[in-house]
Ligand binder design. Structure first.
Ligand SMILES: C[S@@+](CC[C@H](N)C(=O)[O-])C[C@H]1O[C@@H](n2cnc3c(N)ncnc32)[C@H](O)[C@@H]1O
Length: 930
């Protein structure tokens, strides 16, 4: 090894990263993801932590500064604490903290600012975090939608940082405009101007509704159902296709639609009580088909498809949602409201066909084959008007910018920052707001009766067929309105980092240049998500609105597909051909990166786990093997594998099958050109040598037991991938799959070897637990096992952990141990590590962290804390092997909170007793803040 190890190659505070990544999901305002939809974004907290740990040295790389293991451990803890603070969303504006982080990175890189590139940038999580850390951030993607999003986050905010707004009269409202405040304020104001202009042309098609007397209310949404002629020739009425009649399930304001047939004519009224349909009688259509209202004639989906393809599906207005003085009003449909929606369809609608991949795109099966078919006439007229009016607004911005003194300058795409570029930038952001409006303003948006809002189209990475849909009013001030979308965009811009302007380009990762870049990336994987196909939904609108503004980025009619790394069998002819295309393409990208990139730091690669890839043991997957084999074949040594998740760990293990992390981050180094080959035996002996130390570091770090097996693949596969080849006894090359099995077995050995360091009582209890858990067994067996462990049943019983009565014996369970009050480790004459670990795990589960941390100082003084934690790891591991989820959660709960518990314990010790009450209150407040 002739490079300095980086922190990511040794340890990471995974618990903090996972916690903040999970928390991020509930953060809405100002999160960059609110700029516009993109599929499967990585959490920012993860991206930030990974970049930092990828760029700072591990203390073992600086033996002059940290000559002993203790000093290195201490320094790692300091770096972990810094990461802990960095990942916290509340610290985003803590300039001193980010300055410190940048300084640490500079110190580890000889004072040079690293240039970081993500060649598969997507929604931009990784490059935006590189920029937030103050690095020189570059992003590229094949997909022009991704390119526009990255430019809007990385380039334009930094370029216009500090500018005063140009909207007439706005600049005077504030004495100074820091960062993106001016840009965000202009987006907001010109967005309103765009809305007003469009409303003045088309507002008449969105009439208010009378709610009694002379009072009118604004309509929030019109609830439509598609209709089909009943296949019953004796009664061929148009019947509604409805998934659910419910409008509101909110307690106290329930409402639902009631259909009636009057003289063969279908009518709807809204009932406002809680007696709506039960789930089994709700709606008229589901996955298995539907039925006709009135005579119950069955309607197959096949029939609906045929009618749809023949252009014979209709629609009918079923209900209206309006803005009432005290919340939503649910009203009967009316002829006036229904006919207001009849507008002439514009000619200049965006063109383009929906892909023929029926796994992800269902509407074409029903005759909706063009992107523009997904909108009603009224919706598409308004979108076309917004898109056309954008040009007027852009000219207005340019003229206002000139008036405020800005020079004309080059265009935005040419790198300008004058009046012309500013007008372009505002147009880009408003086009993104129009994009957001298409997501909430199409004829596939269902109405959520629990949240009383319009659901956006892309709840998943696919477009389903929707029968009854809510047409939102873009000019209301409620769900799905246009100005609301503008404000989401403006808030995302407000929070965009502005330290250095990033560099964003459209490029194929297989052919682009990597020289001078450190790489962190989240490549596409197999056929998980068809980004290009999905993006066309938005792209056709983006191009329509911005073709003059970003002519180079938006130069193709649809998003490029041929070079997209996705194993799409419809595109490549067969499953095998699709897979080959993907694997070859993927490997060639990483071969190129190996040949060209800056290797002063490892590269980091995110691998998204697909749950169905798991085998029966839940630990392995063919996709995972292919990825590792591909990287090794392209000349990489894998130096770490970190399981990261954006769900809370206990919830995940309790799901049983979902034990795996949502993704794994790998760090890789180019393998030495002259790497030696070795034999199976050589590999095993290197594993034996290196794994114990690496595991010790992993367990010392803040890692939960549930993550240990996956994290341990890192140091194991690092040994494997360091060799040019590992020869099996029969002369063939060892497969990655075999190597992973051996690594797993070695992990087992290392954990079990710890047993010999434990006291006899603990050794006995571990052996017993492995065989019988908490169950009863014959006392005779217990007696034998006790002797061979150098103890006796009497000692075990005195130790309070075992019971033997009437020929039967069992271990005392954690919950019983936790129940017994007044346990004092200082005065416990026969204390074992087993008793401490199991009691503490039980107390943690039943009484919480405070009760555990109060006991830790006494435990520390008697048996030490490390063995207690190590036994926790071992017991989790054994519980998991036995498939005992309850125990796995029990021990994971104790060990994963270890860092926090010991911190509390030491703090409690150092604080004078009189302050206890005060401390307690403080803590409560901190928790409340989160
Ligand atoms: C997993 S996504 C990245 C998501 C991103 N990390 C985020 O958090 O939003 C992968 C990206 O790779 C892009 N892509 C696919 N094939 C490509 C190619 N040949 N060259 C460049 N980008 C490609 C897709 O357009 C997609 O945006």
């Amino acid at each position: 090894m002739n490079y300095k190890k980086k922190l990511i190659e040794v340890s990471l505070p995974l618990e903090a990263i996972n916690r903040e990544s999970a928390r991020e999901k509930s953060i809405r305002h100002g999160h960059p993801s609110t700029l516009h939809l993109y599929w499967a974004r990585r959490p920012l907290a993860t991206a930030r932590a990974i970049l930092f740990a990828q760029l700072v040295n591990d203390p073992s790389s600086d033996p002059d500064k940290f000559p002993t293991i203790e000093l290195q451990d201490r320094e790692r803890i300091r770096l972990h604490k810094l990461i802990d603070e960095l990942v916290n969303w509340d610290n985003l504006n803590n300039t001193a903290l980010f300055d410190q982080a940048l300084q640490e990175i500079l110190d580890s890189n000889g004072g040079e600012l690293p240039r970081v590139l993500d060649p598969f940038a997507g929604g931009g999580s990784i490059p935006i975090e590189a920029q937030r850390l103050g690095l020189l951030s570059s992003a590229s993607d094949l997909n022009p939608l991704a390119v526009v999003l990255n430019k809007s986050l990385l380039e334009f905010p930094a370029r216009f940082a500090g500018s005063r707004p140009v909207f007439p009269g706005l600049a005077e409202n504030q004495s100074s405009w820091a960062k993106t405040e001016g840009l965000a304020a202009d987006i907001s104001q010109y967005g309103r101007a765009l809305r007003d202009l469009t409303a003045s042309q088309l507002g008449v098609h969105y009439p208010e509704i009378s709610i009694g007397g002379s009072t009118n209310a604004k309509v929030i949404a019109w609830i439509w159902a598609r209709t089909v002629q009943s296949p019953n020739p004796a009664n061929p009425i148009m019947v509604p296709l409805v998934r659910s009649w419910w409008l509101s399930k909110k307690k106290g304001s329930e409402a639902y639609i009631v259909p009636t047939l009057e003289n063969g004519e279908l009518k709807f009224r809204v009932n406002r009580d809680a007696n709506g349909p039960r789930p089994e009688e709700d709606g008229t259509i589901g996955r298995q088909g539907g039925f006709a209202i009135g005579d119950g004639t069955p309607i197959s989906l096949d029939y609906v498809r045929k009618e749809g393809i023949a252009g014979r599906l209709g629609r009918v207005l079923m209900a209206i949602v309006a803005e009432g003085p005290n919340g939503r009003l649910y009203l009967d449909p009316s002829e006036e409201q229904s006919s207001a929606a009849t507008v002439e369809r514009p000619i200049s609608v965006p063109s383009g066909s929906i892909p023929s991949n029926t796994r992800d795109f269902r509407p074409p099966l029903y005759g909706l084959t063009e992107w523009s078919d997904l909108f009603s006439d009224r919706q598409i007229s308004t979108l076309v008007a917004l898109s056309d009016n954008l040009k007027t607004i852009r000219h207005q911005v340019i003229s206002d910018a000139r008036l405020s003194g800005a020079p004309e300058g080059k265009s935005l795409e040419e790198g300008g920052n004058g009046a012309s570029a500013y007008g372009d930038a505002i147009a880009v952001y408003l086009a993104l707001a129009i994009g957001r409006t298409t997501d909430y303003g199409n004829a596939l948006n269902s109405w959520s009766s629990t949240r009383e809002t319009v659901r956006n189209l892309f709840a998943r990475q696919a477009i389903p067929m929707v029968w009854d849909y809510a047409e939102s009013n873009p000019f209301s001030s409620s769900t799905g309105n246009f100005v609301g979308q503008v404000d989401w965009v403006s808030k995302a811009v407000m929070n965009a980092p502005t330290r250095n302007e990033g560099v964003v380009s459209q490029a194929n990762a297989s052919t682009r240049d990597y020289r001078g870049f450190v790489i962190s990336t989240d490549p596409p994987y197999y056929d998980n998500i068809g980004y290009a196909d999905l993006s066309d939904f938005f792209y056709v609108w983006l191009r329509r609105s911005l073709q003059d503004v970003l002519p180079n980025t938006l130069n193709t009619i649809l998003t490029p597909k041929t070079d997209e790394l996705v194993a799409d069998s419809t595109r490549h002819g067969s499953k095998v051909a699709a897979e080959m295309f993907f694997v070859d393409g993927f490997n060639s990208v990483f071969t190129k990166i190996r040949a060209q990139a800056d290797h002063s730091a490892p590269i980091t690669i995110y691998y998204a786990y697909k749950q169905q890839e798991e085998d029966a043991s839940g630990k392995s997957s063919t996709g995972w093997h292919t990825l590792l084999s591909g990287l090794i074949a392209s000349g990489w040594e894998i130096t770490a594998t970190w399981p990261v998740r954006s769900e809370m760990s206990n919830r995940m293990i309790s799901n049983g099958a979902n034990v795996l992390a949502s993704s794994i981050v790998l760090s890789c180094r180019p393998r030495n050109e002259n790497a030696e080959a070795t034999t199976r035996r050589g590999f095993l002996s290197a594993l034996k040598n290196e794994l114990p130390g690496a595991l010790r570091e992993l367990m010392q770090g803040a890692i939960a037991p549930v993550d240990l097996a996956q994290a341990a693949i890192g140091p194991g596969i690092s040994v494997f991938s360091r060799y040019s080849r590992v020869r099996e006894n029969d002369g063939t090359d060892m497969s990655v799959k075999e190597a992973l099995l051996l690594i797993n077995a070695a992990l087992d050995d290392v954990l079990n070897e710890q047993e010999s360091d434990f006291d006899p009582v603990t050794r006995f209890a571990v052996k017993w637990y492995k065989q019988y858990g908490w169950n009863d067994e014959a006392s005779g067996i217990a007696d034998q096992l006790a002797r061979s462990s150098d103890t006796s049943i009497a000692v075990l019983e005195r130790g309070g952990i075992f019971s033997a009565k009437a020929g039967k014996a069992h271990l005392i369970s954690a919950s019983k141990l936790a129940d017994s009050t007044g346990w004092d480790p200082l005065n416990d004459e026969s204390l074992s590590i087993w008793e401490c670990t199991v009691r503490l795990a039980g107390i943690m589960a039943t009484k919480g962290a405070d009760s555990v941390s109060q006991l830790l100082p006494a435990v520390e003084s008697r048996v030490g804390l490390d063995p207690v934690k190590e036994l926790g790891f071992l017991l989790f591991y054994e519980a998991e092997k036995k498939g005992d989820t309850k125990d796995a959660i029990l021990f994971n709960g104790l060990v994963s909170a270890w860092g926090d518990l010991t911190m509390r314990a030491h703090r409690d010790l150092n604080e004078p007793k009189v302050n206890e009450q005060f401390l307690f209150n403080l803590e409560e407040q901190e928790d409340g803040d989160q």
